[in-house]
Write a protein that binds this ligand. Structure first.
Ligand SMILES: [Cu+2]
Length: 247
């Protein structure tokens, strides 16, 4: 069924649960589509003008129809109570603590993803809109002590495997959407708001960040890359970036 739906590979711990829910919803929709479709064709034939020259104002009264309606409601309640609401509780209402997670700021702009790591001190350096320039798209204040070990990248998000990632997502201009298909993550980035998103990547590899909201003429080229690597490789990469940016 998953391959039938054309789902991308799973690369986060919650991906399988999301897929399971999507599959169940599609089964319900498939059954309803076939059911309603067949009923529609039956009605077209059964109540055609030729067979019913005079309209019947009372309409059809069937017990089966009511039972089917109740069955659909029950199926939807099961999906809500046992899948959708629990998924919301773990994905959207609860977040990993900042101590155990890798915390990253992601700031969307037309048409790029700005990534900001706090560095070993765990503190994000001050940013200021007055400092924003072509070389400093985040407006990071390098004179702030907390910014000394910060690393910023454009369109390249590196993360260690098997550790919770907490992304604080925002936007500089219009509404974008942060889409990581393999992680089953998608969240709108809205100017003036900082929205947390979290996941645990569990498969090393190269993936894409896709902007999933039509955000302007360059929307089609607004994509970034995600590299999920071992903790050692991640630390090495981070140190290289840091050296590069302190030059
Ligand atoms: Cu965009």
């Amino acid at each position: 069924m998953l391959n039938l739906l054309g789902m991308p590979a799973d690369a986060s711990t919650h991906a399988a649960d999301i897929d399971h829910m999507i599959v169940l919803i599609h089964w319900l929709m498939a059954v309803m589509f076939v059911g309603w479709g067949s009923f529609f064709i039956y009605v077209l034939v059964r109540f055609r003008k030729g067979a019913n020259p005079k309209a019947d104002y009372t309409g059809a009264k069937g017990k089966i129809a009511k039972s089917i309606e109740i069955a659909v409601v029950v199926a939807e309640v099961i999906l809500l109570l046992f899948y959708a609401i629990p998924a919301w509780a773990t994905r959207v209402a609860a977040f990993p603590s900042e101590n155990e997670a890798v915390v990253v700021h992601v700031v969307a702009e037309q048409f790029a993803w700005n990534i900001h790591y706090p560095g070993p001190d765990g503190k994000f350096g001050r940013t200021d809109i007055k400092l924003v320039s072509a070389d400093n798209p985040l407006g990071l204040d390098r004179s702030d002590p907390a910014a000394k070990d910060d690393v910023t990248t454009i369109n390249q998000l590196n993360l260690p495997v098997d550790r919770p990632v907490l992304i604080q997502l925002s936007s500089k201009d219009v509404i974008h959407s942060f889409g990581l298909y393999e992680m089953r993550v998608k969240q709108d980035a809205i100017p003036g708001m900082t929205i947390p998103v979290w996941f645990v990547p569990n498969r090393q590899g190269e993936y894409e960040i896709t902007c999933s909201q039509l955000c302007g003429l360059g929307h089609f080229r607004m994509r970034g890359f995600v590299t999920i690597q071992s903790q050692a490789d991640f630390t090495r990469w981070f140190d290289e970036q840091l050296k590069e940016q302190q030059k």
